[in-house]
Design a protein around this ligand. Structure first.
Ligand SMILES: NC(=O)c1ccc[n+]([C@@H]2O[C@H](COP(=O)([O-])OP(=O)(O)OC[C@H]3O[C@@H](n4cnc5c(N)ncnc54)[C@H](OP(=O)(O)O)[C@@H]3O)[C@@H](O)[C@H]2O)c1
Length: 268
C-alpha cells in the first residue's frame, strides 16, 4: 500500500546539519516525507529516527558527496524518476575563507562544484520532473552576499549571486509550467559553516547573527506568502523592490546599436 504523505516528499540537500537539518525538522512537522542528502550518513540516520518517531513521516537517508559526479548523478536520477517528490530544498553549500590572491584554489574549485554545479544540475532535474507534472516547488539557498561582493571573498559571493540569478530566471521559465521557485538569501546564521570554513561565528556582532530556527521559519513564511526572493533579515521589502526597479530601469539601454556618447568624445 502506498503510504506517502499528502504533502509529498521533500528532498533536502545538506540535511545533516544547520539550515538543511532545520528544514528537515520543519517540513516533517508540516507532514512531508523526506529524503535527506549529505555525506554524513550516521548523522542523517539519527535525525531520520527522531523525525519519524516525532512526526510519523517517512524519512529516507540518501548519502551523497555532491562534489562527486557519480553521487550527484544518483541524486539527479532520483529527482527525475520519483514522482512522490514535490519539493527540492537545494541547500548544500560551503564557504571558503581567504582572498583570491592567496586562495587555496582547489578548495575554491570544490566550492564552485558544490555551490554552483550541483545546485544547477539538481535544479535542472527537479525542473524537468516538476515541469512535466505541472506542479512542484524548488527552494534554492543563496546568501545576502549575492548582493554584497565587498563583504567576503568574491568567489563565495559569486556562487551565491549565481544562485540568485539562476533562481530568478528559473521562476520566469517555470511559473507558466506550474512550478514554484523561491530563492532564500540568509544573512549570517549560526551554523557549522563558519567553523568548517575556518572562520568564527563569535567574531560577528550579535545583532548581525540569526539563529537557524528563526531563519528557516522566516524562509518558510516567505514561501507561504508566495515570495520568489526571500531575505529574512531585511526589515522593509520595499528596499529590495527599489533595487529591482533600478535594475529593470537599465533594461532598455543595456544593448544598443552604438556606444554611449561619453565613449565617442575622444574618437580621433
Ligand atoms: N550559515 C550562514 O551564515 C549562511 C548564510 C548565507 C547562506 N548560507 C548557505 O546556507 C546553506 C546551508 O549552510 P549551513 O549554514 O547550514 O552550513 P552547514 O551547517 O555547514 O551545513 C552544510 C550542509 O551541507 C552538507 N554538505 C557540505 N558539503 C557537502 C558535499 N560535498 N556533498 C553533500 N553535502 C555537503 C553538510 O553535510 P555533510 O558534511 O554531512 O556532507 C551539511 O549538511 C549553504 O548553501 C550556505 O552557503 C549560510
Amino acid at each position: 500500500m502506498n503510504q506517502h504523505s499528502k504533502q509529498g516528499t521533500a528532498l533536502i540537500t545538506g540535511a545533516s546539519a544547520g539550515i538543511g537539518a532545520t528544514y528537515a525538522q520543519r517540513l516533517a512537522a508540516r507532514g512531508h516525507d523526506l529524503i535527506l542528502v549529505a555525506r554524513d550518513a550516521a548523522r542523517m540516520q539519527q535525525l531520520a529516527e527522531r523525525l519519524k518517531a516525532r512526526h510519523g513521516v517517512q524519512v529516507e537517508v540518501l548519502p551523497a558527496d555532491l562534489t562527486q559526479r557519480g553521487d550527484l548523478l544518483a541524486v539527479e536520477q532520483r529527482l527525475r524518476t520519483d514522482a512522490a517528490i514535490t519539493l527540492l530544498v537545494n541547500n548544500a553549500g560551503m564557504a571558503v575563507q581567504g582572498q583570491l590572491i592567496d586562495a587555496d584554489i582547489d578548495r575554491y574549485e570544490a566550492m564552485i562544484q558544490l555551490n554552483v554545479i550541483s545546485v544547477t544540475r539538481l535544479a535542472a532535474a527537479a525542473a524537468a520532473a516538476f515541469g512535466g507534472r505541472g506542479s512542484g516547488t524548488i527552494v534554492n539557498i543563496a546568501s545576502v552576499l549575492a548582493l554584497a561582493p565587498e563583504l567576503f571573498n568574491g568567489t563565495y559571493s559569486g556562487t551565491k549571486a549565481y544562485v540568485l540569478n539562476l533562481s530568478q530566471s528559473m521562476q520566469q521559465e517555470l511559473a507558466p509550467r506550474g512550478v514554484r521557485v523561491q530563492v532564500v538569501l540568509p544573512g549570517a546564521t549560526r551554523t557549522e559553516i563558519w567553523d568548517r570554513s575556518g572562520g568564527s561565528v563569535d567574531a560577528l556582532p550579535a545583532e548581525m547573527l540569526m539563529e537557524v530556527e528563526d531563519l528557516v521559519d522566516a524562509a518558510l513564511s516567505g514561501l507561504d506568502q508566495g515570495e520568489v526572493v526571500t531575505i529574512p533579515s531585511l526589515p522593509d521589502r520595499a528596499d529590495w523592490q527599489a533595487m529591482e526597479a533600478a535594475r529593470h530601469a537599465l533594461g532598455p539601454n543595456l544593448s544598443r546599436n552604438r556606444p554611449a556618447e561619453r565613449y565617442l568624445s575622444h574618437a580621433g
